[in-house]
Design a binder for this molecule. Structure first.
Ligand code: PLP
Length: 420
């Protein structure tokens, strides 16, 4: 395995890029562009990195479906024993559609509707991660009406700085997520009075693309204190859910390994004298570096100010650069002479100035080349839209030298099929 690239199982052979045993130029020719190409081995490796040896307590890894929700990928993790973190009825239904038992599903999100709560309750999910007092009351009311008890956890906002982009930071007082640390004890006591609820856990999720351990550890310590205070008032929890957010390498980041996060968390639990089961909710770290987005160079356009490399994938296919100014690696699938390199902005076809994939990159590239946007597996296809009436890309899965379609490319008639 080469560590030239952050993407696992991506290698250069001769002048060509391969994902596992599949030449990326061949994949582009066979399936068209833009196309999301996932490596099965890379997904398996990413899952293995979260597996932790047998322990005195259970550790559940709960894949955050929103990072990449393709059924084939959900199934792959389901076969490895994954739990799933969902944020909508749609995501719950996806997970059920691959045959996962409902008692492996956690339901998060700030705006759970009555319909969604009733659906989740009827299915028998593992836990509602509750984000506000009115939500708690709504779940209690629906559960009482259905003569059920809803398993709940409160999402506590620990008020720590995840040191990540403001748009993907979720654990500060000013964020819409969770119940403030200050109010948590009182809200738990309130929940304990509601007969439609069964309190089983506590959770937090402080942000995404976190590349240091310290924000996790600060948040954990605050949470563990709270768990002890709860026990003192007779509220004994079964599990502690430490959320997702572990970062990955896009450029030169060196995020901690999942095993380091798990080890430190276990250490913290032991020091606090707590025996609860542990849960984590990784999304990005399971999928980001198992995928490239292939896109064809339509035109090279030199201007007075800049050189533009205009490609056939845009912000509708891959939103992260436009939305968060995210840096994503770009490589030519045909490796050309570096002496021919120039500085380009790689931009898409969408009619917005914010439609760019990469800025100020040194690339040796010719019209018609296929570029690979690296680390595209997380918040890539799952954020794609039909803006500009563009059909969404295909998704394919590489397994050795075999490549199979796991979501066909949309055809234009799909785009207006629902319109009257
Ligand atoms: C998005 C999200 C996650 C996953 O975050 P990553 O940064 O992709 O690991 C986990 N838990 C909750 C509640 C989320 O909203």
């Amino acid at each position: 395995m080469s560590d030239l690239y952050p993407v696992t199982h991506l290698t250069q052979r001769g002048d060509a890029l391969y994902l596992e045993e599949a030449a990326l130029n061949d994949v582009a020719r066979a399936f068209g562009t833009p196309v999301y190409v996932y490596s099965k081995a890379a997904l398996q490796d990413a899952w293995s990195a979260w597996e932790y040896p047998e322990n005195e307590r259970q550790i559940h890894v709960c894949y955050a479906v929103k990072a990449c929700s393709n059924l084939s990928i959900l199934r792959l993790f389901a076969e490895r024993g994954a739990f799933f973190d969902t944020v909508s009825e749609g995501e719950i239904a996806r997970v059920l559609a691959v045959g996962v038992p409902a008692n492996r599903i956690v339901f998060s999100g700030v705006a759970k509707s009555e319909r969604e709560i009733e659906f989740a309750l009827t299915q028998g999910i593992f836990c509602f991660n509750v984000e506000s007092v009115p939500e708690l009351q709504r779940i209690h009311a629906i559960a009482s009406r259905l003569d059920k008890r809803a398993p709940i956890s409160l999402r506590v906002n620990p008020d720590v700085d995840a040191k990540t982009h403001p748009y993907i930071s979720t654990g500060l007082k000013a964020n819409k997520f969770g119940i403030s640390h200050t109010d948590a004890l009182a809200v738990y006591q309130q929940a304990a009075q509601l007969s439609g609820l069964e309190i089983i856990g506590i959770d937090y999720h402080i942000g995404s693309q976190i590349t240091e351990l310290s924000p996790f550890l600060d948040a954990q310590n605050r949470l563990f204190d709270l768990v002890k205070q709860l026990a003192d008032v007779g509220i004994v929890l079964k599990h502690i859910d430490l959320g997702g957010g572990l970062g990955v390498r896009y450029q030169d980041e060196t995020p901690p390994l999942p095993s380091a996060l798990i080890e430190q968390s276990l250490q913290g639990l032991r020091e606090a004298g707590l025996t609860q089961d542990l849960m984590f909710e990784p999304g990005r770290s399971l999928v980001a570096n198992a995928c490239v987005l292939l896109t064809k160079v339509e035109y090279l356009k030199p201007t007075e100010e800049k050189n533009f490399c205009i490609v056939d994938a845009g912000m509708n296919d891959l939103l992260r650069p436009s939305l968060y100014e995210a840096w994503m690696g770009v490589e030519n699938c045909t490796v050309r002479d570096a002496n021919a390199a120039q500085t380009y902005d790689v931009v898409g076809p969408v009619c917005e100035t914010s439609d760019w994939l990469a800025r100020e990159r040194t690339l040796a590239v010719a019209q018609g080349d296929v570029l690979a946007v690296l680390s595209a597996g997380a918040y890539g296809f799952s954020m794609a839209s039909n803006y500009n009436t563009r059909a969404r890309a295909a998704e394919v899965l590489v397994d050795g030298s075999e490549v199979c379609v796991i979501r066909r490319r949309e055809v234009l008639s799909d785009l207006w099929a629902l319109e009257l």
